[in-house]
Design a protein around this ligand. Structure first.
Ligand code: PNW
Length: 471
C-alpha cells in the first residue's frame, strides 16, 4: 500500500500534532463570571470521592493563565490544541439563559490560539455536566438530547467561524461506566443495566442531534467523537487466529454484571456509524431498543468526518474455545507499568488503528495517549522525564506502522498538555508535557516537551532514529 508522507519514516503530510486537555481538569475559576456548578464540582466535595479531597476549584488556573499557556504551546511548536468547553460556563443552569462571559472566554481563547498558528479542536462534552441538569436526571432524561443540541448550537454559532474541528463526546464508556454504573466518578450512581442503557441511548441521540446542528451552522466543519478503548492485542501477532481473536475482543461487546459492560467500544460508534446497536443488546435486554421511535436511529447515524479514539493500554488475548472466542492472558510478573498502574502496551496503537479502520472506514485521530509518571522538578530546576520519551517513542512507532500499511491517520494528540486534575485520583497523577506546581501554579516544561517539539518539526521522522526493539 502507498505511503503518502514525504519520506518512509514520516507521518502523512496532512498529519496534525497536538496536545489535549479538558475544562474541569485545567480551568479552575469554577464559580467565576457567572459559571454554574458542574457535577464534578459537587462530586469532589463529597467525602471520600476524590483522593485527598482534591477539588476542581483552582486546578491549573487555566481560566486566568491561558495566554501564557498558549505561549508555551507555541514555543513547543504545537500545531493543534484540543480543549473542552464547560457547559455550565455557557449555560449556568444547563438550559435557558446564556452566560455571555462564558462564551467570551472561549472566543478569546480561540482567537489567541489562531493568532499563534494553533488549530483549535473543541470537545463539547468532557464529563462536566451542569449540576442543574443532573437534578433533572442527567443522562437518564431523554430531554437531554435537546438540551445538548441547544448547547451545541449556541457554541457552534459563537465559535464556528473559527473552530472547524468538533468532537461531540469524550469517552462515553468512562463517564457512563464509572459515573452512572460503578459510581467512582461523578455523579456517583450505580444504576442497573436496564437504566444504564437509557443513558447510552440518550448520549447517542444527543450526539446525532448536535452533529446535525454543527453541520448546519459551521462551514467546512469536521465532526466526530473520541471514544475510550478496550483494545485486544494478539499474544502472537504472526498467528492469524490470534489476530482474529484480538479483533473480536476490540469490536464486539462483552456483557458482564458490572460496569465492565460499558468499557466496550461498540455501544456508541455502532449506532453512530453503522446505524444499529450491537446484537449483544437484544440478546441481553430483549426488546430494549424497540421502545424508541424508529427515527431515533436515523438521527443518531449522521455522517462523520473522523473516528477519534483515546488509547492508554490494551488486553493481550489469545483464541479460546468459549462463546466470545478469545481470552485474556494473565498479567506478566514485573511487566512495565506507569504511575497510575496501567501496563505499557505500545502495539495496541497499531492494532486499534487497523481494527477501527477496517470496521468504521473513517480517518483516525488519536485524541489522547500518554502516561502518568513520577515527575518532579529536580535540583537543577528541570523535569527529566525520560520514561515519557521512551513510552511515546514506542507508542508513536506503532502508530506509524499503521500509516505505513495504508491506514489513513489524521493526527495525534498527547494527553496531556500539562499536569492536571485526574478525576477521582485528584492531583496525584502527572500526565503533562508541562509540569505544574499546584502551590505556586508555576509551569515547567518537561524534557519531553522539547523532545515532542522535535518530533513535530520532523513530522515523526525523529522516531526512527531510536527505533529498536520497539514492540
Ligand atoms: C481519559 N481506564 O480517562 C480521559 O479522557 C481524561 O480526561 C483522563 O485524564 C485520561 O484519560 C487519563 O486517565 C480514562 O480506566 C479514564 O482505562 C480511565 C481509563 C481510561 C481513560
Amino acid at each position: 500500500m502507498s505511503n503518502s508522507g514525504s519520506s518512509a519514516s514520516a507521518f502523512p503530510d496532512s498529519f496534525v500534532w497536538g496536545a489535549a486537555t479538558a475544562s474541569a481538569q485545567i480551568e479552575g475559576g469554577w464559580d467565576e463570571d457567572g459559571r454554574g456548578p458542574s457535577i464534578w464540582d459537587v462530586f469532589c466535595r463529597r467525602e471520600g470521592a476524590v483522593l485527598n479531597g482534591d477539588t476542581t476549584s483552582v486546578a491549573c488556573d487555566f481560566y486566568h493563565r491561558w495566554k501564557d499557556d498558549i505561549a508555551l504551546m507555541r514555543d513547543m511548536g504545537l500545531q493543534a490544541f484540543r480543549f473542552s468547553i464547560s457547559w455550565s460556563r455557557i449555560f449556568p443552569d444547563g438550559t435557558g439563559k446564556i452566560n455571555q462571559a462564558g462564551l467570551d472566554f472561549y472566543s478569546q481563547l480561540v482567537d489567541e490560539l489562531l493568532a499563534n498558528g494553533i488549530r483549535p479542536y473543541a470537545t463539547l462534552y468532557h464529563w462536566d455536566l451542569p449540576q442543574a441538569l443532573q437534578l433533572k436526571g442527567g443522562w437518564l432524561n431523554r430531554e437531554i438530547a435537546d438540551w445538548f443540541a441547544d448547547y451545541a448550537e449556541t457554541v457552534a454559532t459563537c465559535l464556528g467561524d473559527r473552530v472547524k474541528d468538533w468532537i461531540t463526546f469524550n469517552e462515553p464508556q468512562i463517564f457512563l461506566g464509572f459515573g452512572y454504573s460503578d459510581g467512582t466518578h461523578a455523579p456517583g450512581l450505580t444504576l442497573p443495566h436496564e437504566e444504564m442503557f437509557h443513558t447510552v441511548h440518550n448520549v447517542n441521540l444527543a450526539h446525532g442531534r448536535a452533529t446535525k446542528k454543527i453541520r448546519s451552522i459551521v462551514e467546512n466543519s469536521q465532526v466526530g467523537i473520541a471514544i475510550a478503548t478496550k483494545i485486544g492485542i494478539p499474544a502472537d501477532e504472526n498467528n492469524p487466529e490470534h489476530v482474529e481473536a484480538a479483533r473480536k475482543a476490540t469490536i464486539h461487546p462483552e456483557w458482564s454484571e458490572d460496569h465492565n459492560t460499558y468499557l466496550n467500544n461498540a455501544w456508541w460508534p455502532d449506532p453512530m456509524i453503522h446505524g444499529r446497536y450491537p446484537k449483544e443488546l437484544e440478546k441481553n435486554l430483549p426488546g430494549f431498543a424497540d421502545q424508541f421511535p424508529a427515527s431515533d436511529m436515523e438521527e443518531i447515524c449522521q455522517p462523520l468526518d473522523f473516528f477519534g479514539y483515546n488509547y492508554y493500554f490494551g488486553v493481550i488475548v489469545e483464541p479460546a474455545d468459549n462463546e466470545k472466542g478469545w481470552q485474556a492472558l494473565p498479567d506478566q510478573p514485573g511487566e512495565p507499568r506507569t504511575m497510575i498502574g496501567w501496563p505499557v502496551h505500545p502495539s495496541g496503537l497499531y492494532w486499534a488503528s487497523r481494527f477501527f479502520y477496517d470496521e468504521y472506514q473513517l480517518p483516525l485521530y488519536i485524541f489522547e495517549n500518554g502516561l502518568s509518571s513520577m515527575d518532579w522538578v529536580d535540583t537543577a530546576g528541570e523535569v527529566k522525564d525520560h520514561q515519557r520519551i521512551d513510552f511515546l517513542t514506542r507508542y508513536l512507532t506503532q502508530y506509524h506502522r499503521a500509516h505505513a500499511e495504508g491506514v489513513p491517520l489524521a493526527g495525534y494528540f498527547h494527553w496531556s498538555l500539562m499536569d492536571n486534575f485526574e478525576w477521582a485520583q485528584g492531583y496525584r497523577e502527572r500526565f503533562g508535557l508541562i509540569h505544574v506546581d499546584y502551590k505556586t501554579l508555576k509551569r515547567t516544561p518537561k524534557l519531553s516537551s522539547q523532545w515532542y517539539s522535535d518530533v513535530i518539526s520532523s513530522n515523526g521522522e525523529l522516531l526512527s532514529a531510536s527505533r529498536h526493539e520497539l514492540k
